[in-house]
Ligand binder design. Sequence first.
Ligand code: AMP
Length: 214
Amino acid sequence: MRLILLGPPGAGKGTQAKKLKEKFNIPQVSTGDILRDAIKNETELGNKAKAFMDEGRLVPDDIVVGLIKQRIVEVDCKNGFILDGFPRNMAQAEQLSETLEKLNQNISSVVEIEVNAEMLIDRLTGRMTCSSCGAMFHEKNHPPKISGICDSCGSDDLYKRPDDNKETIMKRFEVYEQETAPLKGFYRKMGILKTIGGDGSLEDVFIRVCELVT
Ligand code: AMP
């Protein structure tokens, strides 16, 4: 199974990708996570990407496409993968199609998660992530059982993403509408676009996703 999760920032792509990864035993490939790791480790890639990410702009295509080309040929991707946050524009989508064609592979489904703007802002401004295991929480909607402590791994390092501030969020929405939303038409024409509502609990959404991909 080779899946693309599509949707605006805060739609729940990362959360659903983590659940899909567990259920289907295929890796989550998140360009955002790869880039954030690179920034944390102060690598050359991280240094190049940081300014773009801080401003809510897309990191240049050659960088992210290069990352994906390397990642999807790794052995754990042999039986499939879940792309979360890639592709983000038409050029990336076209390069992905070309790369997969050369590998004799194709995308099984593109699942678009739709959520209204008000809910997206609420989710993003309250979002917290565990820096050790990547588990995600929300200040109001899904707080950790013990304040500041990750339910999954016990780490006390829950952080708010620096790009989850109101100004950067608005920029990311604008980028999504201009650059990423056109991918819906691209994948609709290929007959693989499926759309679900992203409202409700993460379990509710997960049931909807699974109905579409199995
Ligand atoms: P995400 O974690 O998917 O919300 O991505 C966070 C930020 O990483 C984005 O706002 C971009 O700056 C950068 N990024 C992630 N994926 C891509 C991509 N496919 N193309 C360009 N930039 C990306």
